[in-house]
Design a protein around this ligand. Structure first.
Ligand SMILES: Nc1ncnc2c1ncn2[C@@H]1O[C@H](COP(=O)(O)OP(=O)(O)OP(=O)(O)O)[C@@H](O)[C@H]1O
Length: 260
């Protein structure tokens, strides 16, 4: 993929409510094509709901989600959740076991999005996707229970990438994994981002993970944006809001990273 095909995202005044409860309150942010953007905040602050609303899995009460970049002139915007949108924007969930169908082989799991989108060269794409996530075709006919947690998450990443989207939404992609496996999967994501010029929007409660993978981040609390800052500012403790500071102090992994 060349740089001109990279896509960004413009989220404006996004509001999501569940039976009157405001989970996300008029949140706005922009992610540039090829950028890696993090969303952090305490549990329940609305991070996952932002990602889910972007891809049409959570109901958007108001606000807009627009793809940006050369390909997306005004008037040609695919609706979030539509087939055309999913071709460009894919999501990876936290729990790799829960997100893979237990009775489907890896082959079937990877073939499904291709069939839905009418892609014909399934065999080649599946083998290439398995290679890309460092597993190889020997894994093609295994079931999820025959894989380790890290391998399952690699399959979930392969499934998200098989349609060659430009944007990946990552919801706590490594938090269900052991620390050493976590590092392997983060390195894989970083390598894939560089190779494919992907745009990432990653939710995490772990500041160490976000500083590893993201260039910029947004801090959320109770459905609202507290502040937006660069990773460099965060690492240098150049934060303006007490909430961000308390989040940094609460994150032991982050303290270790800063002290290292
Ligand atoms: N489908 C739903 N129905 C009702 N309430 C919901 C739904 N999804 C999320 N919520 C509520 O919206 C709020 C934000 O949830 P969300 O999952 O976005 O938080 P989060 O910051 O991602 O938290 P965590 O880090 O624990 O995953 C929470 O209070 C949650 O209970």
């Amino acid at each position: 993929m060349n740089a001109s095909q990279a896509l960004g995202l413009d989220v404006s005044q996004l509001r999501v409510t569940f039976d009157g409860f405001v989970a996300v309150a008029d949140t706005s942010f922009q992610v540039k094509p090829g950028e890696s953007f993090g969303i952090v905040g305490e549990s329940g602050s609305g991070k996952s709901t932002v990602l889910r609303a972007i891809c049409g899995l959570a109901p958007r009460e108001s606000g807009s989600v627009r793809l940006t970049g050369a390909e997306n002139a005004p008037g040609t915007q695919p609706a979030p959740g539509s087939k055309a949108f999913r071709r460009r924007v894919q999501m990876v969930f936290q729990d790799p076991y829960g997100s893979l169908h237990p009775r489907q082989t890896v082959d079937r799991i990877l073939a499904e999005p291709l069939a839905i989108h009418g892609v014909t060269d399934a065999e080649t794409r599946i083998e290439r996707a398995l290679d890309e996530v460092g597993l190889g075709k020997g894994f093609r006919f295994r079931y999820p229970h025959q894989l380790s947690g890290g391998q399952r998450q690699r399959i979930a990443i392969a499934r998200a990438l098989i349609l060659e989207p430009q944007i990946l939404l990552l919801d706590e992609p490594t938090s269900a994994l052991d620390a050493s496996v976590q590092a392997e999967v983060l390195n894989l994501l970083e390598e894939l981002r560089r190779r494919r010029e992907l745009t990432f929007i990653m939710v995490s409660h772990d500041l160490a993970v976000v500083t590893h993978l993201c260039e910029r981040l947004m801090v959320m609390q109770r459905g609202q944006t507290v502040e937006s800052l660069s990773t460099l500012d965060l690492v240098a403790h150049r934060v303006s809001k007490p909430y961000t500071l308390s989040l940094m102090q609460a994150s032991s992994g982050f303290r270790r990273t800063v002290e290292a």
